[in-house]
Design a protein around this ligand. Structure first.
Ligand SMILES: [Zn+2]
Length: 212
């Protein structure tokens, strides 16, 4: 390998440490969502092999957010209850080393759907949540225009194909989330960032070290 080729290979490799950021940042205060509201369900596919890297990347099916985002999410769930729906959570705070693993596990256009570890993800800041709705009567997840983590245009919140019912569920979730300070990702109907995300630093704390 020539030195120029070697240098480009080195430049393409993901860094081993999170990016160095200059604050000030709020003191991290990650809280677990499920104990706060028994009507919020979990479907943490990253704690199972049922995800796009086909192996468990979390040891435990737990979902955390920074406290103001967690409290806002509880309010979203309360908003949806009289409409007959509850929240089901796929993922929240994600340690930076997992974002790095996702980047290393993807290539080409798939990388549109994963965060560059040189920049980190809003999940790493504890201010992003991946979620859907379930029907309070049946307890089942509702139909959406695409599956979670589907890397196609069906995942775009602006996608106008699929069934009317699926689009209605997607748009209902979005309205409730936006009312409490969350903004949807332009290519993922399930991903929302909380308004204060810029005020929290990237973290690489494993779940086992939170709140214990
Ligand atoms: Zn996400």
């Amino acid at each position: 390998m020539t030195s120029a080729l070697l240098m480009s290979a080195v430049a393409a490799a993901a860094p081993l440490q999170p990016p160095v950021e200059t604050g000030p940042f709020r003191t991290p205060d990650l809280v677990e969502i499920a104990p706060l509201d028994a009507t919020i369900k979990l479907d943490v596919r990253y704690a199972t092999p049922d995800n796009f890297v086909h192996k468990a990347v979390y040891a435990e099916p737990r979902v955390f957010l920074q406290r103001p985002a967690a409290e806002a999410l509880i309010r979203v769930n309360a908003r949806l209850k009289p409409q007959g729906y509850g929240l089901i959570l796929f993922d929240g705070y994600r340690p930076w080393s997992v974002t790095r693993l996702f980047w290393e596990s993807t290539s080409g256009t798939q990388r549109m759907f994963v965060a560059d570890p040189r920049e980190g993800s809003r999940h790493n800041r504890g201010c992003a949540i991946d979620l859907s709705l379930y029907d309070l009567k049946t307890g089942q997840q509702v139909a959406m225009p695409s599956d979670y983590d589907e890397m196609t245009e069906r995942a775009y919140p602006s996608y106008d194909g699929g069934t009317a019912a699926a689009r209605e569920h997607r748009d209902r979730l979005r309205a409730a989330m936006e009312a409490e300070g969350f903004a949807v990702h332009p290519r993922e109907w399930w991903h929302y960032d909380y308004a204060l995300w810029q005020e929290y630093a990237i973290l690489d704390i494993p779940f086992s070290e939170i709140g214990r």
